[in-house]
Design a binder for this molecule. Structure first.
Ligand code: PLP
Length: 397
């Protein structure tokens, strides 16, 4: 059984803060600052360009990819790191479309994160061959699958509500229809058990700065199922996805396996941060994280519903249908979140009316959850959110 007081000690959280936003930007794990400082001073500073070989920088995307792969059920050598999630969505989608050349439809759901939908729409336009993005309400995705669908592209856990798709079932249904699947695991990796191998995902992508705590702008990951990896043509055919980058050949030849999804020079400092941040996962199982998350979610849900009748639950009531967050709706959600942040409880707001609370057992205790619910109840019953400064929208919400 995982000792969550030990994992709590591995994070550097400011005093007086209860952090319910690790689903958006994970907090700083203790080992990260030292590791990045050493990478800067001892590797970059002393080794200079020889660090690419002598400090193993060139292999870092694959080595860290294997560590992330363990958290999503991917075999070694099937995940690589780099770029941002939006770019990895583009690559996965472009490769998948090319593997279904006779079909023209990307199917997604209306709850998907806008960037994924924008990227899909932009890709359709760039291809200029009549591809279209079709969206269905999340609960109707299976019904919307037909034999025109080339790729089913879904985010497993909805960023607003925390609603979780049944990944294995949808994959089976998509495959029955002859479609490929691209899964976005942005709100799954490090939050819930995922097994891309057993579920038979074709492509999976995700970011590392949410539940994996790599820091702002940390690298994304991409998984390609081994049986597709040698046929998937990378749409962004950069030199580091080449079979032999330092041969500097005039023509592109894709590297073996998922390494072909690398594009350009990897961000070594951010990869070093992620590598150190992943140490916490040597001490926990995702099954324990899931069980503990559901306990804390239940406690938060009950206390908030008892104290704040004005807030409407936006997340599914059935815990099996949720990821690792609890969301509520209120027309003044933005101001309520600002008032709560002023009291040391950091959650976030998602337009138009969602108050979102990430429940991350690695560093949240029962007391944190109780205190957060008490402070939210105070903000609501005293209407402390109704001050001009809490209504003023910042650039990032
Ligand atoms: C967070 C998130 C993104 C963000 O993409 P970036 O390129 O890293 O900014 C994209 N898609 C989903 C589903 C997300 O949750």
């Amino acid at each position: 059984m995982t000792d969550f007081t030990a994992t709590r000690a591995m994070f550097d959280l400011p005093d007086g803060v209860i952090y319910l936003d690790g689903n958006s930007l994970g907090p700083l794990p203790r080992g990260v600052a030292d590791r990045v400082a050493r990478t800067i001073a001892d590797e970059w500073g002393k080794m200079l360009i020889t660090g690419w070989n002598d400090a193993g920088w060139m292999d870092l995307p694959a080595r860290v990819g294997d560590r992330v792969g363990r958290l999503i059920g991917a075999a070694p050598g099937t995940v690589t790191m780099g770029d941002t999630l939006s770019i990895k969505v583009y690559q996965a989608l472009a490769s998948a479309l090319e593997l279904r050349p006779e079909r023209r439809v990307i199917l997604s759901d209306t709850g998907n994160f806008p960037s994924d939908l924008y990227i899909a729409d932009g890709l359709c336009r760039t291809l200029g061959r009549g591809h279209t993005l079709r969206t269905a309400p999340p609960e109707d995705v299976a019904k919307a699958l037909d034999d025109s669908v080339a790729v089913l592209m879904l985010t497993e856990v909805d960023y607003r509500t925390g609603r979780k798709h049944d990944m294995a079932r949808l994959i089976a249904q998509a495959h029955d229809m002859g479609a490929l699947v691209v899964w976005d695991l942005a709100h799954s990796a490090g939050a819930i058990p995922v097994d891309v191998t057993t579920a038979k995902a074709d492509f999976a992508v995700g970011c590392s700065y949410k539940y994996l705590n790599s820091g702002p702008g940390g690298p994304a990951f991409i998984y390609v199922a081994p049986h597709l990896a040698e046929d998937a043509r990378p749409a962004l055919s950069g030199w580091l996805g080449h079979e032999s980058p330092f041969a500097f050949e005039p023509d592109y030849r894709p590297a073996e396996g998922v390494a072909r999804m690398r594009v350009g020079t990897p961000a070594i400092l951010q990869l070093a941060a992620l590598d150190a941040a992943l140490d916490v996962w040597d001490k926990v199982t995702l099954e324990d994280v899931r069980q503990r998350s559901l306990e804390l979610q239940q406690k938060f849900l009950e206390s908030v519903e008892a104290g704040c009748p004005e807030l409407t639950l936006a997340s599914p009531r059935d815990p099996a249908m949720r990821g690792s967050q609890i969301s509520f709706r209120h027309p003044n959600g933005y101001a309520i979140i600002q008032a709560l942040i002023a009291r040391g409880v950091i959650g976030d707001f998602r337009a138009p009316d969602i108050l979102r609370f990430g429940i991350t057992p690695l560093y949240l205790s029962d007391q944190d959850i109780e205190r957060a619910a008490i402070l939210l109840t105070e903000v609501m019953t005293q209407r402390s959110w109704d001050k001009p400064e809490y209504h003023r929208r910042a650039k990032v919400t």
